[in-house]
Design a protein around this ligand. Structure first.
Ligand SMILES: CCCC[C@H](NC(=O)[C@H](Cc1ccccc1)NC(=O)N1CCOCC1)C(=O)N[C@@H](CC1CCCCC1)C(O)(O)C(F)(F)C(=O)NC
Length: 329
């Protein structure tokens, strides 16, 4: 068995990617953000304060004949961007891309932070990280993918995120036609809940890859490519107008710049992110100053290969073999 779901960028900056998910009987369809950087499936619901839920599609367990309260269970999460949410837990049927998990923990939000209230294009997250990262207590719950894995043709999923285009999350199979290059595999470390891996080096423009281990996570829920300062500086030294903008909290440059590409080595392959993908967006509507897709990870404590990097590749999240596959797109 397999599943295949389309995913779309939320806005002109590809800030996040939205995928439709069916929950309950009859189906309630919610737009959710698939996030390999966390391990909880949570939704805006009938239990979310009306003022917070305004503008969001919500899940009503009381309207689903297959919903069951997971009594005594609660959850609470804080994300890297300081957003947060918390609530209680139901189980219900959750269908993604035509594949159904009968008894999935659906975490219902009774509290959401301002960022979520304002981000009306999504109604919650589908965590696709490792189960160890689940935040339900007293008994942690499995992710949708973990529940699905044993019934899928293969215990893996792929992410094909695209710039201003419809992409896909495929479950249980690899559509190699989505990639130009060969898939290179490297071990994945799921001990922290993330899809951790080590890149073997990097280069700017068409230069030869150097040998420089970069340990980080493959994270569909993070917009940017966040790497150490020495690499960020090496890249922007090639961009004449680049400067750090305190108010934007990142490197900005003239939108007219012809940005160099950025490449990294992984699993014996080289993934090259084109200059266009490294120009995220004007800092304001109509501005001629643009914000970089590559920024520093210095104050985060972890390197994140977020959507800016993932857009250049077909990425295989292979739970069965605890490995990550990367192919140039
Ligand atoms: C500091 C480094 C991580 C920052 C990362 N957030 C981000 O990358 C958010 C995502 C977003 C886009 C649009 C609207 C709202 C939020 N974007 C963001 O901070 N920016 C600012 C810079 O310009 C680009 C957009 C994050 O917390 N990612 C979470 C998942 C997001 C949480 C907020 C809602 C969207 C999903 C994560 O799970 O991937 C995590 F791994 F970082 C994490 O916190 N795991 C526990």
């Amino acid at each position: 068995q397999t599943g295949s779901a389309n995913t779309n960028p939320s806005d002109s900056a590809d800030d996040e990617y939205i995928t439709s998910v069916s929950i309950g009987t009859p189906a309630q369809v919610l737009p959710l953000d698939f996030d390999t950087g966390s391990s909880d499936l949570w939704v805006f619901s009938s239990e979310t304060p009306k003022s917070s839920a305004s503008g969001h599609v919500t899940y009503s367990p009381s309207k689903s004949s297959t919903a069951k309260k997971l009594s005594g269970s609660t959850w609470s999460i804080e994300y890297g961007d300081k957003s947060s949410s918390s609530g209680d837990v139901y189980t219900d049927i959750v269908t993604i891309g035509g594949f159904s998990v009968k008894t999935q923990a659906v975490e219902s939000a009774t509290k959401v932070s301002t960022q979520f209230v304002q981000d009306t294009v999504i109604s919650g997250l589908v965590g696709l990280g490792f189960d160890v990262g689940n935040q339900v207590s007293p008994r942690p719950q499995k992710t949708w993918f973990s529940n699905a894995a044993s019934s899928l043709a293969e215990p893996l999923f792929t992410a094909d995120l695209r710039h201003q285009e419809t992409g896909s999350y495929n479950f249980g199979f690899i559509d190699t036609s989505l990639a130009k290059g060969t898939i290179g595999y490297t071990p994945a470390d799921g001990s922290e809940g993330y899809w951790g891996f080590t890149a073997t080096g990097y280069s700017v423009g068409g230069a030869k890859l150097n040998r420089n281990s970069i340990t980080g996570i493959a994270d569909t829920g993070t917009t940017l490519l966040l790497l150490p300062d020495n690499i960020v500086d090496a890249y922007y030294n090639n961009v004449e107008s680049a400067e750090y903008d305190d108010s934007q909290e990142g490197v900005v440059f003239d939108c007219s710049e012809d940005l160099p590409s950025f490449s990294f080595g992984v699993g014996g392959q080289t993934i090259t992110i084109s200059g266009d993908l490294l120009n995220l967006t004007p800092i304001e509507e109509g501005s001629s100053t643009c914000f970089g897709g590559l920024q520093s990870s210095a104050d985060i404590g972890i390197n994140i290969f977020g959507d800016v990097a993932l857009k250049a590749a077909l990425v295989v999240f292979d739970l069965g073999n605890e490995r990550l596959g990367w192919a140039q797109k």
